[in-house]
Design a protein around this ligand. Sequence first.
Ligand code: NAI
Ligand code: MG
Length: 356
Amino acid sequence: MNYNIAVIPGDGIGPEVVAETLKVLDKVGDKFNHKFNYTQVLAGGAAIDETGECLPSETVNICKNSDAVLLGAVGGPKWDALPGEQRPERALLGIRKALGLYANLRPAMVFDELADASPLKPEIIAGGLDIVVVRELTGGIYFGEKGHKDTPMGPAAYDVEEYSEGEVKRIAKVAFDMAMKRGKKVTSVDKANVLESSRLWRRVVAEVAADYPDVTLDNLYVDNASMQLVRNPKQFDVIVTSNMFGDILSDEASQITGSIGMLPSASLADGNFGMYEPVHGSAPDIAGTGQANPIATILSAAMMLRYTFGLMDEAASIENAVHKFLKNGYRTADLCGDAKESVTTIKAGDLIAAEI
Ligand code: NAI
Ligand code: MG
């Protein structure tokens, strides 16, 4: 099969980690007889330098006409002085909106080989950990009505949390579909004891659950969920929640893993279309030094194979290659704390590709 992937290398370490990821994808293509075609496009600081805009319309068009998008990271000190709406990071909001990416998937995995990098006690994460936070990305309080008004206590500002049944239904479906491909458990997180929007959320999630008799549904209040994540994270498989709760919980969950250089993510639209990117940014402090860990981006490509292309064995071949790389004792600088004993970005890419 042929797959067309729009590739946005971006800024800082973005191009470095993306190059290693394409190397790995090409190996997967050779092994499983697929052709991955890449169209490199501009966004972020690189786009500003070249075109004056952080998200040229050509980039949006090419992304829309591709099967999936792979992104490195955007931004850096060079563009920090620009006003908010002209900054490279604006490209991320623009692209999510233009592509209708309403579901953000953030796995939190503990690799057995890296268990000592996790801040949690060994007995809590023994045998590894694999959970996914599914965060609603285009609704809720970040996009609700906002404004200012006068009150007896002085000038006030407000942001409105609002969810429609349709918005909840589609994000719940993403979570249940995902659970079917994984551990068959969904935990929906809300604040239904105080928020009207959460009561609607809880009701609609239960309605969607009725279509998935094989999946168990749990409901947790967000304050309890944040405790459970560090007390007993193994009780979770898929967590589905609103935009703001998901923003916070996914960052909390990611810390269980230990290093930001290991964390992939996906943002999905209807019809399995998705954009895949590492959780980390452009890491200007290490750009050009060969210290960037490419694994977060390589694992993002594995998610692309699994969730957009439905290529399960191919996705597993990438994850297994990363495991073998770690099992063989190789570490990038972020994982061993001493750049002298670590492998470079390029070497890591070569070694992981060789394991495919
Ligand atoms: P960052 O994630 O780029 O870096 C935080 C720390 O983690 C740094 O010390 C960095 O060296 C380290 N790090 C990050 N990724 C790594 C990797 N793959 N291997 C080894 N070490 C890694 O976050 P920061 O410094 O807050 O932001 C830098 C720039 O990136 C800013 O312009 C920010 O706006 C942008 N950014 C872009 C994102 C995106 O494109 N999705 C997301 C987050 C930040
Ligand atoms: Mg955040």
